[in-house]
Design a protein around this ligand. Structure first.
Ligand SMILES: *Cc1c(COP(=O)(O)O)cnc(C)c1O
Length: 377
């Protein structure tokens, strides 16, 4: 059987976890957390990185830092993971959904301005499949209307837009290191801060509302409760697992891209024959091969294809149910303009197995079977 996902493992993870345990400092902000933060700051060229317990929590921190409150509006695509919306709904905001572009499944930057009202406070571009949103346009709109940009770069670690790392272009960026992402620590994430503005407040919110980070740096001689906050720092044992992966990030990235390109080349003829649609990578976007998806003609065809592949031992999956059509989406959000592509395109999309260690043989087997299904269909 070919699994849909296998968590990445490169060899050093157990060593580092052992080192962490033996150092007798296993709580948050230990040596491995610091190493991960420094690695991300240096590699992504970002002012500050704070490792968190998840991307969900990084986004919650971003919502707190942005001062989102009851009655504010936050613009995002409906085609995203629930966490993107949850973080702002928890602060009492209304979520305003904008349609996606059919080529990338990212928010359609041309529709954002129409969704802005006097209550709009933030825009949350989600870089689907690790392929960048049209950030130049989004940043321009945000500047014009004085909006905060929070990038959901959960899937975008090691991707770039015009040479800049995803998660570092907006005011804040959120990474995920969940088991299903390119680099993992089981559960985990990071909040990236582009400039000085939010750093001090972010450290306080992450440490239960205390100035403990300053205390550990020797900047104050005791730490106290200075603001509201929560506990968003992961155990150093998890960071130890992640650090092993970050050290191998280029190798993992190259391996994933090779898999992605092999799929693409192997399926090109099916697209040329008009039987499937392949993903599009716009000019200026260097992606991290987070995902390989294809689109079928219809929902019915997709359901049949998932079953067909399963019978042949290949696990494939569909992805997001658009948030605006869910019970919570009705309660907490509204769709701006028309849903032309969000529902239609999401129903056609199917994700194929892609993980570090997937073999050429596996990919051949999968692409061959996709060809057979189309012939039979
Ligand atoms: C995975 C994912 C998240 C949530 O990440 P966690 O680390 O599991 O909280 C949020 N947004 C998107 C787009 C994701 O893919």
């Amino acid at each position: 059987m070919i699994n849909f996902n296998v968590p990445p493992y490169t060899g050093k993870e157990m060593d580092y976890i052992k080192q962490c345990v033996e150092s007798q400092k296993i709580c948050g902000d230990g040596q491995f957390t610091q190493k991960c933060n420094a690695w991300i700051e240096e590699t992504m060229k970002v002012k500050k990185c704070l490792l968190t317990t998840s991307c969900t929590h990084a986004t919650e921190m971003a919502a707190l830092l942005a001062g989102i409150k009851e009655g504010d509006e936050v613009i995002m695509p409906s085609y995203t993971f629930v966490s993107t919306a949850d973080a702002f709904v928890l602060r009492g905001a209304k979520v305003v959904f904008v349609d996606v572009r059919p080529d990338t499944m990212n928010i359609d930057e041309k529709l954002i301005e129409d969704a802005i009202t006097e209550r709009t406070r933030a825009v949350v571009p989600v870089h689907y499949a690790g392929v960048a949103c049209e950030m130049d346009t989004i940043m321009e709109i945000a500047k014009k209307h004085n909006l905060i940009v929070i990038e959901d770069a959960a899937q975008g670690v090691m991707s770039t837009y015009k040479g800049r790392a995803l998660g570092t272009i907006g005011d804040m960026g959120c990474y995920s290191f969940h088991e299903t992402k390119n680099y993992s620590m089981g559960e985990g994430g990071a909040l990236l801060l582009r400039d000085e503005t939010y750093i001090e407040d972010a450290e306080i919110i992450r440490e239960k509302g205390t100035d403990r980070s300053k205390f550990f740096r020797g900047q104050v001689d005791k730490y106290t409760w200075v603001n509201y906050g929560s506990s968003y720092l992961p155990s150093d044992m998890n960071a130890a697992y992640l650090y092993a992966q970050l050290q191998q990030a280029t190798k993992i990235n190259e391996a994933r891209k090779k898999i992605w390109n092999t799929y693409y080349a192997g399926l090109k003829h099916l697209e040329q024959e008009g039987r499937i649609t392949l993903p599009v990578i716009p000019e200026g976007c260097e992606h991290n091969a987070h995902m390989f998806y294809i689109k079928t003609a219809s929902l019915e065809e997709r359901t049949a294809l998932i079953a067909f592949l399963k019978e042949r031992g290949v696990m494939s999956v569909f992805h997001y149910i658009p948030l605006h059509s869910s019970p919570a989406g009705h309660k907490f959000g509204r769709f701006s303009g028309k849903d032309i592509y969000t529902t239609k395109e999401s129903e056609r999309l199917i994700r194929l197995p892609l993980y570090y260690g997937l073999t050429e043989n596996d990919i051949d087997y999968i692409t061959n079977n996709l060809g057979k299904f189309q012939v039979r269909g």
